[in-house]
Design a protein. Structure first.
Length: 453
């Protein structure tokens, strides 16, 4: 059954049995995946999925449910949502589902036909290019996954929202292991793209090899360097900064008073070197589409300009609380996995956080750093978004001394507070890469500590 027909039938039935308002989100995905085990593509699969999520409203009572429709009818879904709403407590902050707005543009703008139609044989060939470039006498690829998805969705509600969009997305995660005698090293690479032809698999393999080999020749770091500059590869810096900014500018966190930037619009929250936007229409963003997951037109929202907080991000629920308009940030989507997005109600989140590239290459930033560290890979680039504190284990890095990359190190922590670091000048590289929900360059943060273990 076409998605439009599913949405219309569920919406009509919801209103028929007593919903004061209802919203239907229906998706259809096709995902092809290749899994690597010990350097060999051992699992290849193609999964099709059709799903529907229903938000059912009775006054100020809300019920949500979802289904793949494999073992139940559309009427069953409606009845379950009605039953959940009937026994739910009233939400005094709920005002209304969103009203329709004009949507312009081609629904296939974010969809690449060649990527959507790629076969698993082609994917295996791409993966083997990576494996061949990465492996040698001491480096292997123990595991990895390459996932390509084509997604269509429609969203309708009883106030007249009726929108649709389509997209493609590619995600890859690969690990390398090096072993020379008793020494062991690792490499980790991720890739995101809308078009599979954008990904250079041989280059990823070469990077995995160099990462894994570098760890073998690194030394344990036992010192403590205070107040240094950390220059972070796009994959690490964007994850840290992006999660911090995404949390602080979410109107959901502002309304809950958990954001440190609540009531700070128009104030200086960072150094003038920081400018960031959330771009739901980004050509490279994996979550970009004509509309968000409530059917509100996507847009580009300037969040921070020269360090000044200009806007928060809004879905319709949190916008209504503040008597403002949604910025098109009602999200269910995830850049790693296309399937299952219909199983959750909307939350207020970033689409694609963008930072314009700077004028200096990463090498130039390193060249201007007296004492610091260049980090290619953390165990995981975490930061506490409420406090800004972080203490991240370094897996692949080199010291910077007098503008030069020197020793390769391991067994160290990068420690600091990102809210404090962004008060200082941020060094912005001229490169730019997609990582998760973020499109950012190499970043340098001052005022952090390097602590040996």
């Amino acid at each position: 059954m076409p998605l439009d027909s599913i949405s219309t039938r569920v919406l009509t039935q919801s209103e028929k049995v007593g919903a004061s308002q209802a919203e239907v989100y229906a998706t259809r995905t096709l995902t092809r995946s290749v899994y690597i085990d010990d350097g060999i593509p051992k699992i290849v699969d193609a999964k099709k999925e059709t799903g529907v999520g229903l938000r059912y409203v009775i006054g100020k009572k809300l019920g949500f449910t979802s289904s793949t429709l494999l073992a139940e009818s559309l009427d069953d879904v409606v009845e379950r949502a009605r039953s959940i709403a009937a026994v739910s407590s009233e939400d005094p902050k709920f005002e209304s589902l969103p009203e329709p707005r004009n949507v312009s543009g081609d629904t296939s703008r974010f969809h690449d036909d060649s990527t959507a139609n790629v076969d698993t044989e082609y994917l295996v060939e791409r993966v083997m290019k990576l494996v061949e470039a990465a492996t040698d006498d001491i480096v292997t690829i123990p595991n990895g996954v390459l996932r390509v998805s084509s997604v269509d969705f429609t969203v309708k509600n009883s106030l007249g929202v009726d929108a649709e969009s389509s997209s493609t997305m590619v995600f890859g995660f690969f690990t390398a292991k090096s072993q020379d005698g008793g020494r062991v090293g690792e490499g980790v690479q991720r890739c995101w793209a809308r078009r599979i032809e954008e990904i250079d698999f041989a280059a990823i393999g070469s990077k995995l090899k160099s990462q894994a080999r570098d760890v073998l020749t690194s030394r344990p770091f036992h010192d403590k360097w205070e107040d240094v500059v950390a220059v972070l590869a796009p994959s690490e810096g964007s994850q840290m900064l992006g999660s911090l900014i995404g949390f602080s500018t979410s109107a959901e966190n502002v309304n809950k008073r958990s954001s440190p930037w609540a009531d700070r619009l128009g104030e200086q929250v960072a150094h003038k070197s920081l400018t960031l936007s959330d771009n739901g229409l980004s050509e490279r963003g994996l979550l970009s589409s004509l509309v968000d997951d409530e059917g509100i037109p996507s847009e580009k929202t300037l969040l921070i300009e020269d360090g000044i907080l200009r806007s928060y991000l809004f879905d319709s629920y949190n916008a209504n609380i503040m008597d403002l308009e949604s910025t098109g940030n009602g999200m269910r989507r995830d850049p790693r996995e296309a399937q299952g997005r219909f199983t959750s109600p909307v939350s207020c989140a970033v689409s694609t956080l963008e930072m314009a590239p700077g004028s200096k290459t990463p090498e130039a930033i390193i060249g201007e750093t007296d004492r610091g560290i260049y980090i290619e890979h953390f165990a995981w680039p975490l930061v506490d978004p409420m406090s800004g504190a972080f203490s991240n284990e370094i897996r692949n890095a080199r010291l910077i001394q007098d503008g030069e990359l020197t020793e390769k190190i391991r067994n160290a922590l990068l420690v600091g507070n990102l809210y404090e670091s962004i008060q200082k000048e941020i060094f912005v590289g001229s490169d730019c890469a997609v990582n998760n929900r973020y499109l950012m360059p190499t970043l340098g943060f001052a005022g952090v500590d390097l602590v040996g273990q």
